[in-house]
Design a protein around this ligand. Sequence first.
Ligand code: DQA
Length: 142
Amino acid sequence: MKILVIHGANLNFLGVREPEIYGNESIHDINLKIKKFCKEKEIEVEIYQSNYEGDIINKIQQHYKISDYLIINPGAYTHYSIGIRDAILSTKIECVEVHLSNIYAREKFRKESVISDISIGVISGFGSNGYLMAIDYIWRKK
Ligand code: DQA
């Protein structure tokens, strides 16, 4: 079982960036939590962050037939990246969309996601626990 976790735009700034919305944990803290959880469950995980849409597309393509699942928080790309959507569709990788904040309780433009309808499900508003919830779902499913 191999999972690719992708953090998109501006998520490298977690802990600094609007902590009242995204919390105080850094991306490093979150990645450690993800790695520990995956180790306990004997899941192989690769974690990747980029602020560049094309790099995220390349990473998804590289995992064609390599990873079984993708857990992705695309950041702002959630709301408009047809390129990332197409990469997920092209590779047919099963995907769970995660957001730290509840995107449905914020600005109107955040309620729209171009990833949700091609995902198994969306976890939004549970902070960094959302990543663990997604991993736990995948683990129970296998
Ligand atoms: C986010 C929500 C997005 O609307 C925003 O652009 C982000 C983070 C979240 O995790 O809550 O960068 O994906």
